[in-house]
Design a protein around this ligand. Structure first.
Ligand SMILES: [Zn+2]
Length: 73
């Protein structure tokens, strides 16, 4: 089962969960970010929830402030 890089179509020989080769990954995200993404993919694979893994992190919306003070008398 050979995967190909989605950017340069190079064969990806290892069993990573990301269809991007090292060269393109670093080119797109930078070395540090790419390493973090690969690490995330590995963790997701270990946890068995691969279909739930996305590159973007799910951020909490900021809590609303100031609703408790409607009138000030
Ligand atoms: Zn590539």
């Amino acid at each position: 089962m050979t995967k190909k890089c989605i950017y340069c179509k190079a064969d990806i020989t290892d069993d990573r969960s990301l269809d991007v080769c090292n060269q393109c990954g670093v080119g797109v995200w930078g070395q540090k970010m790419f390493n973090a993404i690969l690490q995330n993919m590995e963790n997701a694979k270990d946890n068995g929830d691969l279909c739930n893994s996305t590159v973007s992190s799910n951020e909490q919306p900021p809590a609303k402030l100031g609703n408790s003070r409607i009138s000030f008398m």
